[in-house]
Design a protein around this ligand. Structure first.
Ligand SMILES: CC(C)(COP(=O)([O-])OP(=O)([O-])OC[C@H]1O[C@@H](n2cnc3c(N)ncnc32)[C@H](O)[C@@H]1OP(=O)([O-])[O-])[C@@H](O)C(=O)NCCC(=O)NCCSC(=O)C[C@@](C)(O)CC(=O)[O-]
Length: 307
């Protein structure tokens, strides 16, 4: 049996939704990025047609000082109608700050690995769920949609293999708590296509496919192959990061998410619609790469800009 039914995926004239991670997952690892550069990045991403942009995170500035200006970013961006500007919120304090900064929606972030949960948010999986309950109640009261992340779905930097049953269990808890979508994170980018497919299939036994997103880091260069392997299962939401920016401060050595430009190029090539202008996106990625004084992490953008 073939790994992926390419003809089925190629015939699907449907739309894919991309959640842009560059300004949060991308920049949370970069020191001393001026607030103005973050704002310029977010505005240029919206100009390129991205409708879902993670703009920052309201976490402890002692843990992630790089995101300490998230309120300024959210308060100062020129917003476009129809664009969702989201922020990570680990607890009620973070939610209140996000509300004050007028985040359109927030995201809670848990993990399928106890060790990663402890290192990333300083509590066990069970304690994190307890912390999320009052946040979910507040979000409901304020009519703010909440997205949920599950980290380490294809492996953990501290524990290695993670049981897919645990990924499905945590995903179902976040879904039943009221998260409108669960993003499954290969935090350290070690997954390969069959494993990614099997993991997604197992999670769909507990959470409907149209409530799931895939969030693949590209550390081992497998992210695009993993997405291709999962596309024909019906998943239509992917997280990615312009110019491949990023990494997680609590997953040493992990590189950024799959570059959005590379994802868009593949999807458009398969006849799938994203609503994104690839040339504008490539320019946005190049501008922030130049600002950070680093090579552009997107192969597609590098090729397009060399023309
Ligand atoms: C969760 C905590 C806060 C627990 O950290 P803690 O130390 O256990 O929290 P605490 O409640 O004891 O508070 C300690 C101090 O932090 C402050 N504080 C407490 N909460 C907040 C807040 N929301 N905003 C601002 N300040 C806050 C609080 O006020 C206090 O300040 P002090 O009295 O010492 O001056 C901490 O562990 C933390 O901030 N962790 C965030 C780590 C992080 O941001 N990681 C990266 C994002 S996750 C990721 O990248 C993965 C993902 C989502 O992309 C998916 C994937 O790829 O897998």
């Amino acid at each position: 049996m073939s790994l992926v039914n390419l003809s089925q995926a190629a015939d699907a004239k449907d739309r894919v939704s991309i959640f842009e991670m560059g300004a949060r997952d991308g920049l949370q690892n970069e020191v001393a990025v001026p607030t103005a550069a973050k704002i310029a990045l977010i505005e240029s991403l919206a100009d390129a047609g991205l409708k879902r942009i993670e703009a920052g995170s309201f976490v402890s500035p002692k843990w992630v000082p790089q995101m300490a200006d998230s309120a300024d970013v959210l308060k100062q961006i020129q917003r476009q109608s129809g664009v969702v500007y989201s922020a990570l919120t680990p607890n009620v304090k973070g939610f209140e700050l996000a509300l004050d900064a007028k985040a359109s929606e927030v995201a809670i972030f848990g993990a399928a690995s106890q060790s990663f949960s402890q290192r990333n948010i300083n509590c066990s999986i069970e304690e994190s769920i307890e912390r999320f309950i009052p946040l979910m109640e507040l979000a409901k009261a304020h009519n703010i949609p909440v997205r949920g992340y599950v980290s380490c779905v294809l492996g953990c930097p501290y524990e290695g293999e993670i049981a897919v049953s645990e990924v499905a269990r945590v995903s179902e808890i976040l879904y039943k708590m009221g998260c409108y979508e669960i993003s499954l994170g290969d935090t350290i980018g070690i997954g390969t296509p069959q494993k990614a497919r099997r993991m997604l299939q197992t999670v769909t036994e507990r959470v409907p496919m149209d409530k799931l997103a895939l969030h693949f880091h590209d550390t081992y260069g497998q992210a695009l192959a993993n997405i291709l392997a999962c596309l024909d299962l019906g998943v239509r939401v992917f997280d990615s990061s312009v110019a491949g920016l990023g990494g997680c401060p609590y997953a040493k050595g992990a590189s950024g998410n799959l570059a959005t430009e590379d994802l868009v190029y593949m999807l458009h090539g398969m006849g799938l619609e994203t609503g994104i202008d690839l040339n504008k996106l490539a320019l946005a990625g190049q501008a922030i790469s130049t600002q950070l004084n680093r090579n552009n992490g997107s192969k597609v953008a590098t090729a397009l800009l060399a023309k």
